[in-house]
Structures are given as structure tokens and as C-alpha cells.
Design a protein around this ligand. Structure first.
Ligand SMILES: Cc1ncc(COP(=O)(O)O)c(C=O)c1O
Length: 347
């Protein structure tokens, strides 16, 4: 075991978890990146953005960083800022998960709230405008994660870990928002010669892949109507895109908690839902990896609270049973395949 003295030294080297396997030998693995400090993969890119800003001379000693955030990017920036002596201001809105806002405050971030109607569409547009104005007024560094190169670059370490552990990844599935985690990881995997198929999952109602705009409650992923999609969504790097309804994404996260004791957030639930749906479509023996964006502990008052779900009409009991049945069916098919193998070996 290595002893570290900075919290950010604990970023990366997150474990892999086998969630399902088909009778044809395809494995569904979860990359448990929610086990990073701050409970999210986004801390990888927060560190990279600050590294790049320091190298480019955009951050002076004791300077300020200002970014609009639904929480995870902010928590990552707050951590790196406090370690390096910068002030961090997060521009947030009241639709953010309360636990994320509390975590930002606990990490010493200043919170600036913008108001908006329910649904978050206008909120994220306003957050961005306010952050940009404040940064100009205060002569602060404004990373703009939707367009900053450090966002995608921050995931080359993740690609390296996958290659070290697995040798290669056939399919990478991830929820998409800024695009940094999926596109950054896939770009780095391919740069090392991997022939990885990339699968982006956005909430139904998000417009990244030209779907019809609507309200959705999966925070962090997707882009609402009126929000300009940034440069870190690199369409040429994305092979498949899928939409997932809030009810399915949340049911999947909840079944993973109940069945496996694995607490992940709603957008990870959505990505796992798509991977389970698609698993048999990939060639036998495929290694399919789902990136876990953040921990379910950030959503105990929302995704894991039936009253919160019912109030938003996104609680769907049959959706829970469906996910449970898929996981049981994969477990059964592995047993059948293993029995067949044993029979053939003893014949
Ligand atoms: C919970 C959650 N899921 C998914 C995403 C999307 O990740 P990316 O912005 O790298 O596309 C984010 C981004 O903030 C997030 O916080």
C-alpha cells in the first residue's frame, strides 16, 4: 500500500467490477471512477485543466477560478484549488443535487446561485453567462469545461488504466455532457491502437444528438434546449448514441444499489441500462466497459428517494423489475454455458 500526503494523489487507479457476463463470453465491466476523491471521474479533468492553465500562465499564485457547475466539476476544481492555494467560486442553481452543493461548500468553494424555472434548461445557460461575467469582473480564470482541452486530456490516465488492466476495450459506454470523459478516453485508447467502439448515452430530452428537447432530471449529463454544445463533444469519435428516460436510468441505479450494493448516480444508471440492453448485440467475447461518472451518495435525497421520484413522475416499478430480470438472465446464461463446457470436457 502506498502512503500519500495529498488527496489528489489518490486520483485514478480505480477498480473494475464485473456486473454481467453473457453465455457467449461478453463481459460487462464497470470502471468504478466514482471511487475517486470527490466521488466522481470529473476530478481527473479538473486537475488537468488547472495544470494546463498554470502552464499557459492563466493562473497566478493566489488567483481565483470561476466555473458554472452542476456539482462534480466544481468539487474537482475545489479540491485542486484548495491544495494549490487558489480561491474557487462555483456558479450553481437550485436544481443541483443538494448533497453536491453541500460538498462544494465543505471543500471551501464560494457558491453563487442563479435562479431559473424547473427543468434546468435556462439554468445552465444563465449559469454560464454569470460565470463568464464574474470572471471578467474579478480577473479570474474561467475554465469553460465545455471547450477547454484539459477536459478531454484529463482522461488519458483513465485510458491507460483500462489498457493496463484489460489490454483493450471493445466497447466503452458513458453518459455524455461536456463530452470530455467519453471522447477524451476513447481518443486516448485509440491513440494507443485500441479499436474501441464508443457509445454515448444522453437523457431523453437532451439535444446533443438532435433529439426533441424536453425536461429531464439526470443531472450532469445531456444538454438542454438552448445550450450550445461545446468542442469536447467530438462527433467523429462517437460510434453510437442512445437516449435513456429518467425512469429507466434511475431504476437501474436503484437496482444496482439493492442487488449489488453498488451506489452509483443516475447518469451511470442510464449508461448501464443502455449497456445491458445492447450487450447481446456486440460480438461474442467482447469486453464492454461502462464508466461510472459519480457516486450514488450524492443522490440519497433524489434518485434514492421514492417521494422525490414520484413528485417528478419518474418512479416506475416495472422498470426496476426489468433491470433485475436482465441481470438474472445473464447470470443464468453463464451458468448454462459453463454447464455445457463441463459436459463437453467430460464427454
Ligand atoms: C453525474 C454526471 N454524469 C455524466 C456527466 C457527463 O460527463 P462529461 O461532461 O465528461 O461528458 C457529468 C458531467 O459533469 C456528470 O456530472
Amino acid at each position: 500500500m502506498t502512503i500519500v500526503s495529498r488527496t489528489s494523489d489518490l486520483i485514478g487507479d480505480t477498480p473494475l467490477y464485473e456486473l454481467a457476463r453473457t453465455g457467449t463470453g461478453t463481459r460487462l465491466l464497470l470502471k468504478l471512477d466514482h471511487l475517486n476523491p470527490t466521488g466522481s471521474c470529473k476530478v481527473r479533468m479538473a486537475r488537468q485543466i488547472i495544470d494546463e492553465a498554470e502552464q499557459a500562465g492563466h493562473l497566478k499564485a493566489g488567483g481565483e477560478i470561476i466555473e458554472p457547475t452542476s456539482g462534480n466539476t466544481g468539487c474537482g476544481l475545489a479540491l485542486i484549488a484548495l491544495e494549490r492555494g487558489y480561491r474557487f467560486t462555483a456558479v450553481v442553481d437550485h436544481h443541483a443535487a443538494q448533497d453536491k452543493l453541500r460538498m462544494l461548500a465543505a471543500l471551501g468553494a464560494e457558491l453563487v446561485f442563479v435562479d431559473s424555472p424547473p427543468g434546468g434548461g435556462v439554468a445552465s445557460v444563465r449559469r454560464r453567462a454569470v460565470a463568464s461575467r464574474l470572471a471578467t469582473e474579478r480577473d479570474a480564470f474561467h475554465p469553460d469545461q465545455h471547450n477547454h482541452s484539459g477536459n478531454g486530456n484529463g482522461y488519458s490516465s483513465l485510458a491507460g488504466e483500462l489498457l493496463d488492466e484489460l489490454g483493450g476495450v471493445d466497447v466503452l459506454v458513458a453518459a455524455i455532457g461536456t463530452g470530455g470523459s467519453l471522447c477524451g478516453t476513447v481518443r486516448a485508447l485509440r491513440a494507443h491502437g485500441a479499436r474501441t467502439r464508443s457509445v454515448a448515452v444522453e437523457p431523453a430530452g437532451s439535444i446533443i444528438f438532435d433529439g426533441a428537447p424536453d425536461v429531464y432530471h439526470q443531472t450532469g449529463a445531456g444538454s438542454p434546449a438552448g445550450f450550445p454544445v461545446g468542442r469536447n463533444v467530438v462527433h467523429e469519435l462517437i460510434d453510437e448514441s442512445h437516449q435513456v428516460a429518467d425512469a429507466d436510468a434511475f431504476a437501474c441505479a436503484r437496482v444496482l444499489a439493492r442487488r449489488n450494493g453498488m451506489l452509483v448516480g443516475g447518469t451511470t444508471g442510464g449508461a448501464v441500462h443502455v449497456a445491458l440492453r445492447r450487450l447481446l448485440d456486440y460480438p461474442s467475447g467482447s469486453t464492454v466497459v461502462v464508466l461510472c461518472n459519480d457516486t450514488g451518495e450524492k443522490y440519497l435525497e433524489s434518485v434514492f428517494n421514492v417521494d422525490w421520484l414520484r413528485a417528478r413522475d419518474v418512479y416506475d416499478e416495472p422498470a426496476h423489475r426489468r433491470v433485475d430480470r436482465w441481470l438474472s438472465a445473464y447470470a443464468d446464461s453463464v451458468q448454462v454455458a459453463q454447464r455445457d463446457l463441463r459436459r463437453r470436457a467430460s464427454a
